[in-house]
Design a protein around this ligand. Structure first.
Ligand code: S3P
Length: 167
């Protein structure tokens, strides 16, 4: 069984798009932590944050990571905050290659504004919030095996670099 490819990075960094490209090119299925949580809970991420709070969401995220620990040969599309729990990183690392997609805050803002569904960025000054969270999370993201910048939006180039690295 091939090892997993685990995509980590901030909201809007291109994880889901890259997951789709890698899935097509490598013939591997995608497991999205956010989708799993929504399926299990039968409600949207936004509703989970609104009704149960971030701590409950993080607990659901932790449970999904534990399930993924037993899965091989998949592309894992992680929610941007998965890395906040060091145990999540430890577990995921054992299953495959951790790929961090980095991206400039202004470009992140442009992308997330096109798909507004991120409760954490539903604030008055989302760019300031993005900068603050990025600063806080950078040391966690940088524990990845490889870092690729997606600010130019060329996810096909990024996919080629991932494939070169894992072959
Ligand atoms: C979050 C990122 C989101 C989702 C939730 C929290 C975060 O996933 O898990 O809104 O803390 O960065 P995406 O990174 O897929 O948008």
């Amino acid at each position: 069984m091939p090892r997993n490819i685990i995509l980590i990075g901030f909201m809007g960094s291109g994880k889901s798009t890259l997951a789709r490209i890698l899935s097509e090119q490598l013939g591997l299925p995608i497991v999205s932590t956010d989708d799993r949580i929504e399926q299990k809970e039968g409600r949207s991420i936004a509703d989970i944050f609104k009704d149960s709070g971030e701590a409950s969401f993080r607990d659901l995220e932790r449970q999904v990571v534990l399930e993924i620990a037993n899965t091989q040969g998949v592309i894992v599309d992680c929610g941007g905050g998965v890395v906040l729990n060091p145990r999540n990183i430890e577990i995921l690392r054992k299953t495959g290659t951790l790929v961090y997609l980095s991206c400039q805050p202004e470009e992140i803002l442009r992308r997330v504004m096109m798909q507004p569904k991120r409760p954490l960025l539903d604030v008055l000054d989302p760019l300031a919030k993005i900068r603050e969270l990025l600063k806080e999370r950078k040391p966690f993201y940088e524990q990845a095996d490889m870092t690729l910048d997606t600010s130019d939006g060329d996810l096909h180039r990024v996919a080629r670099e991932v494939i070169k690295e894992i072959k």
